[in-house]
Ligand binder design. Structure first.
Ligand code: SAM
Length: 250
């Protein structure tokens, strides 16, 4: 896979990690509501580690997997700086394999939309189910089809970031036949007053219907507890929700 390579720098230096940092702030409230006290967490597609680090700071034992060596290098550096212990592995989420089990699995910020085949989504859910303890929870988000289409049509080309040293443009497209959104990212990074570095990556995200996600979860052996369009306020899902959050149990 050729994503989150050079873009890892733009991701980690931007606002993106704030998303999962915020989730780590309110997740303990959800645990309390569910009377759930996870000791061990597997963060699937952990990226540059922000969520894993925040949860480790709260006393959980956190393992993170990601396909990108660059994101994992940043995660290791950040964990060292924050003085927390993380167990990080370069691993494709479609091929999860651990000898140990986890009380909680998570996956944030559209990471699961990077899976472009429904059979792979099913395999990923099965893999996660296999490394969860009985009654363990899997909590995750995904972009909806509605949002991927809207993003591509309403914001076909956007200046994502313009600072004194980074200029980043995103061009979006949507393939209706395969329900795949493409994000063509181009970034320029200034180095010693010259725009010497150019970063180009194309990211692809697939949208799945709620029924498809539910079916894959069921086949993987999960029991659905809830799904919402906003995890923090537990807002009910509607056809115009941008994101869906699932809470499911093994
Ligand atoms: C939008 S980032 C989210 C990172 C992190 N979860 C967060 O909330 O900041 C998506 C992440 O998914 C990872 N990813 C995409 N496809 C993957 C795969 N097949 N296996 C493992 N990681 C994958 C990318 O490398 C990237 O780090």
């Amino acid at each position: 896979m050729d994503v989150y390579r050079k873009f890892a720098y733009l991701y980690a230096s931007g606002d993106y990690p704030q998303y999962s940092k915020h989730i780590a702030e309110y997740l303990p409230g959800l645990f309390k509501q569910l009377d759930f006290q996870p000791k061990t967490i597997l963060d699937v597609a952990c990226g540059e580690g922000t969520f894993a680090i925040e949860m480790a700071k709260k006393g959980h034992e956190v393992t993170g997997i990601d396909q990108s060596p660059e994101m994992l290098t940043i995660a290791r550096k950040k964990a060292r700086k924050e003085n927390v212990k993380l167990d990080l592995h370069q691993m494709d989420m479609r091929q999860i394999s651990f000898k140990k089990t986890f009380d909680l699995a998570t996956s944030w910020f559209d990471s699961l939309n990077y899976i472009l085949e429904i059979s792979d989504l099913e395999t990923t859910f099965k893999g996660i189910g296999q490394v969860l303890t009985d009654n363990g929870l899997f909590i995750f988000d995904m972009n909806t089809i509605y949002w991927l289409v809207t993003l591509a049509q309403r914001y076909a080309c956007i200046v994502e970031r313009e600072t004194s040293d980074i200029f980043q443009v995103h061009r979006h497209a949507y393939d209706f036949e395969h329900r795949i959104a493409s994000f063509h990212i181009t970034g320029f990074v200034k180095d010693k007053d010259r725009w010497l570095r150019r970063i180009d990556e194309t990211h692809k995200e697939r949208g799945y219907t709620i029924e498809e996600i539910r079916r894959c979860l069921k086949v993987a052996g999960f029991t659905e507890l809830s799904y919402w369009s906003n995890l923090e306020e537990q807002v009910p899902f509607t056809p115009e929700s941008k994101r869906v959050y699932f809470v499911v149990k093994k």
